[in-house]
Ligand binder design. Structure first.
Ligand SMILES: Cc1ncc(COP(=O)(O)O)c(C=O)c1O
Length: 434
């Protein structure tokens, strides 16, 4: 298929200039690269684990090898692989010595786990708003949220863009807080040339199936702090300690270990990470530069401190006044043009039923009485929930021409904004009548 550009659009038949939702020709019929990507390396790794007869982490080589490689890749001395990226956050909090009813500052625009892991550590998530340009925690909002109860901050490197770590670490130092990076989206990302996961006191990654590095499920904790690493390792392994007797347990915990099959897949996936991250980063920057020339489109802004964006998501905020149509209609129109996308989170975390109703189960009996999450206002996060469009990272694994297709789809929709608006309004009227 030829690349669509508006310079050549006047030569095109009317059916191609018309939005696909209005029965025009879609920009794209070919699929984008699918996810996960795998091949011989994953196959041979799985067979290696199978034939070794050592299927669990305790006796095998795969997970241990992966922990070492992943930690080194992320400039860390220690890596502790665990069952997922929620458990890794919880273990990091427990290892950091967070106690009952302590407060932990988290962003409101993130996956549920960033905050639910805090509740599951019997601590209180306090939401600080995000920056409207980067979609990451705003250090000024963090400062306003700090109280005498605050013990930790969990900055999320949202979509793969590193948070403002220098300012966050300075605040943490001043207030004696632990910084746990939620790097679930940030495999291979870097801030001032330092990898995500090595910037705070502890880092937490996820290997769930949608992530840039995956074994279906899984997670890892990274740290350069020996004492924190030992504590995490003990919590990951039923409270055992180095040199301890096998059936001797020193603290309340469980078995959060990965299997060797997951380790084998992760080892193979890790070999692909560098090349994939470079591709995503180049394509993401190219696409952002193209989209920012259209009225009302605000791609996630990349500060100079970001030396590599891992683009787990490509995010763009759409101001419908200027772009001419609503975010939801834009998503529908993009899908019709052959560009898979979504609107992301429907609302900020404080509006989740769990927080509104303080459905904390056995946790936080005291804080539940005093907390009112409806009063924790995060207007920037609410706006991003209403305005954002997400494209998944696998789209960015394609070619430059694929990025042109995405940019051209946005442009085509913008050109068709008036007929699209009329179409949507007619549909709404029809739906009301029926
Ligand atoms: C920002 C963020 N943190 C934590 C997690 C939790 O990871 P997992 O699903 O592996 O528990 C996710 C998963 O989607 C995430 O997006």
């Amino acid at each position: 298929m030829d690349v669509f550009t508006w310079e050549s659009a006047f030569k095109m038949p009317a059916s191609q200039r018309k939005a696909a939702l209005l029965r025009g020709e879609p920009i794209r019929r070919r699929p984008f690269p699918s996810w996960p990507i795998f091949g011989r390396e994953e196959e041979s790794g799985l067979l290696r684990a199978l034939h070794s007869g050592n299927w669990g982490r305790l006796d095998g080589q795969e997970v241990a090898k992966f922990e070492k490689r992943f930690a080194e890749t992320h400039d860390c001395k220690n890596g502790i692989a665990v069952v997922n990226g929620t458990v890794s956050l919880r273990i990091a909090l427990l290892a950091a010595g967070i106690r009952a009813e302590d407060e932990v500052i988290v962003p409101p625009y993130t996956f549920f786990s960033t905050a639910s892991a805090v509740v599951e550590s019997n601590a209180v998530p306090i939401f600080a708003d995000i920056d409207l340009n980067t979609f990451n925690l705003d250090p000024k909002a963090i400062e306003r949220a700090i109280t005498r109860r605050t013990r930790a901050i969990i900055p999320v490197h949202f979509a793969g863009l590193p948070a403002e770590m220098e300012k966050i670490l300075a605040l943490a130092k001043r207030h004696k807080l632990t910084v746990i990076e939620d790097a679930a989206h940030a495999h291979g990302a870097s801030y001032k040339r330092k990898p995500a996961g090595s910037l705070g006191h502890i880092g937490s990654f996820s290997f769930q199936s949608s992530k840039n590095l995956t074994a279906g499920e899984g997670g890892i904790i990274t740290t350069n702090d020996k004492a924190l690493a030992e504590s995490c390792r003990s919590i990951q392994n039923c409270g055992r300690i180095p040199g301890g007797v096998w059936y001797e347990h020193h603290l309340v915990s469980g078995n959060y270990r990965l299997s060797e099959f997951q380790g084998a897949v992760l080892n193979a996936q890790l070999s692909r990470l560098e090349q994939q991250t470079t591709r995503r980063d180049q394509n993401g920057q190219y696409l952002a530069s193209k989209l920012s020339s259209l009225p009302g489109l605000h791609p996630q802004k990349r500060p100079a401190s970001c030396t590599r964006h891992s683009y787990h998501l490509f995010m763009v905020r759409i101001d419908s006044e200027l772009f001419g149509i609503s975010r939801d209609l834009a998503v529908q129109a993009l899908e019709a043009e052959g560009i898979p996308c979504s609107a992301g989170y429907g609302f900020s975390l404080p509006h989740q039923p769990m927080f509104k109703e303080k459905a904390f189960g056995p946790y936080l009996p005291l804080a539940a009485k005093r907390l009112n999450y409806s009063k924790m206002r995060c207007p920037n996060s609410d706006l991003v929930c209403r305005q954002s469009i997400w494209l998944a990272h696998n789209l960015l694994l394609g070619s430059r021409a694929d990025m042109d297709d995405i940019a051209n789809a946005f442009e085509k929709i913008f050109e068709n904004r008036d007929p699209l608006k009329q179409w949507a309004s007619k549909n709404r009227k029809r739906a009301k009548l029926s």
